[in-house]
Design a protein around this ligand. Sequence first.
Ligand SMILES: *[C@@H]1O[C@H](CO)[C@@H](O)[C@H](O)[C@H]1NC(C)=O
Ligand SMILES: *[C@@H]1O[C@H](CO)[C@@H](O)[C@H](O)[C@H]1NC(C)=O
Ligand SMILES: *[C@@H]1O[C@H](CO)[C@@H](O)[C@H](O)[C@H]1NC(C)=O
Ligand SMILES: *[C@@H]1O[C@H](CO)[C@@H](O)[C@H](O)[C@H]1NC(C)=O
Ligand SMILES: *[C@@H]1O[C@H](CO)[C@@H](O)[C@H](O)[C@H]1NC(C)=O
Ligand SMILES: *[C@@H]1O[C@H](CO)[C@@H](O)[C@H](O)[C@H]1NC(C)=O
Ligand SMILES: *[C@@H]1O[C@H](CO)[C@@H](O)[C@H](O)[C@H]1NC(C)=O
Ligand SMILES: *[C@@H]1O[C@H](CO)[C@@H](O)[C@H](O)[C@H]1NC(C)=O
Length: 465
Amino acid sequence: MFTFFGVLISVVSTLAYVTAAECLQPHDNTWNSSFTLTEDQINSLGLSNETAHNLEVVIRFEQTNWATGSVINDPFYMDLPANATTAPAGSLLKLEAFTNTSTYTIAPSLALSRSIYQSKTLNGTIVPVSAYILWPYHALGGAKAAPLVSWGHGTAGLVAESLAGYAVVATDYAGLGVPFYPYGSRITHQYVASPAGGNDILYAAQAARSAFPDQLTEEFVVYEHSQGGGTAWAAAQQQIELQIPGYLGTIAGSPVTNTTMLVKTTGQALAMIIWPDMNIAEMLTTRGQALLTLVEEIQGCSVAVNTALSGTLEADPTAALMKDGFVDSYWASSFANLTTVGGQHFVGPMLVFHGTNDTILPEALTALSFKQTCASFPERELRYVVAQGVDHVATSYATQQIWLKWLEDRFISKNKGGGHAARSTEEFGASSCTIETIGDDTVRPLDNYQSALNWHLSYAPNGLL
Ligand SMILES: *[C@@H]1O[C@H](CO)[C@@H](O)[C@H](O)[C@H]1NC(C)=O
Ligand SMILES: *[C@@H]1O[C@H](CO)[C@@H](O)[C@H](O)[C@H]1NC(C)=O
Ligand SMILES: *[C@@H]1O[C@H](CO)[C@@H](O)[C@H](O)[C@H]1NC(C)=O
Ligand SMILES: *[C@@H]1O[C@H](CO)[C@@H](O)[C@H](O)[C@H]1NC(C)=O
Ligand SMILES: *[C@@H]1O[C@H](CO)[C@@H](O)[C@H](O)[C@H]1NC(C)=O
Ligand SMILES: *[C@@H]1O[C@H](CO)[C@@H](O)[C@H](O)[C@H]1NC(C)=O
Ligand SMILES: *[C@@H]1O[C@H](CO)[C@@H](O)[C@H](O)[C@H]1NC(C)=O
Ligand SMILES: *[C@@H]1O[C@H](CO)[C@@H](O)[C@H](O)[C@H]1NC(C)=O
């Protein structure tokens, strides 16, 4: 079975100017979009009427959700200061300290800022990236400066909003907010190119700190979950070199580790579409390319791509989208070599969690990376929590008490490592690696629990009493 969730985002991310922010923005009670597909678009993939209809509704929904219209019409993302061509990675380029949240879907008693800062792509090219900061009303522990979490967004801002008491700087990732380089060419999002995302997440913290030196702690924790989840792990590895001041550790939830292994294990063949300099024709069949063209044209977010993809598979279940043997190609191999996380040096402590019923990214791959890392670097503080019977997105909810405590320990007691019920596995002896399984003793039987996020937040203009 194909589950394309993470992959879909990648396709969109790569090809559209659409920001993550746009994907997540609120919508009015009425559609503010009359989007329709052309006959050519429908025919190019032989989509059924039902799929075509669904796709139109999805795009109308997404466009209606845009808080400030498309990024290409928003001067905040389009007008970069002159120093964007030269400023070093980690520096702040632009700041909107107060963002009017009246058209955003955020929880009450949060405030919002937007920024653009400099990051680096996979090969080290400087690239402007946008981020937003969500501010708590009352900082953790009542402190003057809010403790900072550098968050890599997943499917929605939900978990970030639940980080009560923390300020959350959430990068859009390169290519997903700011659409163009200062000299005009398009910024391609490097999906699952974990070290590129690692730059984005570390530099977001550095730039946020320089924007608000008094309102944010210098210390920060990196937290990422869901699609593209190797980013946080990559950040922990890159911190060896980048040495961003104030780094306290990393939480990597349900991460992508090795893209080749992932594709081989799950058949998520499109996962490598993001290779920045990829010749698409080498990777995709004619049909795969037609799907990509459609996705590019409609500028849709994940649900739109999911709809287009499932409609394409339904229209012709036997037609391949990826060329035979691509996964064993030079490109796939070099991409995996550049981006695989695990088995390498990193700056701890790091908390990794993964659910055993993850239908998108198999837990076994994360277990393997954990083992490789512990075997090579037993002295590094690495804690792995395995959530039994839990699916991809649900895992960050299932483990919430664990990671909230872990976060708090980083900032408050700095009680590194101690205090939890982890057991050291024999394999790692007296090392700082721990693995623990939760879910043996759930309050209700495991199969009673809701397995997936099956709703989206949306905007309610007049509020609710
Ligand atoms: C799909 O819609 C077109 C145009 O409205 C119509 O001609 C065609 O019969 C429909 N096909 C199906 C399978 O319903
Ligand atoms: C509808 O979209 C247009 C174009 O993006 C925008 O100018 C307008 O403000 C939007 N209207 C509402 C009610 O959101
Ligand atoms: C870049 O220029 C903008 C606008 O003048 C300024 O606000 C910002 O601080 C500058 N950033 C750097 C790193 O020089
Ligand atoms: C935010 O924008 C809304 C709608 O334009 C406006 O009514 C409100 O006064 C603004 N809020 C602030 C604090 O500026
Ligand atoms: C590095 O990657 C960027 C895109 O991130 C690309 O535009 C540039 O040509 C690449 N440079 C080299 C030297 O490969
Ligand atoms: C990837 O790394 C492996 C192991 O170091 C090496 O054998 C292989 O040639 C590399 N692939 C590419 C395309 O460089
Ligand atoms: C990624 O996984 C593939 C397939 O299992 C393996 O051959 C390759 O060595 C791995 N690459 C890295 C960098 O670990
Ligand atoms: C987890 O997956 C296994 C194997 O597919 C299945 O038997 C079990 O019911 C699932 N558990 C839950 C809680 O969904």
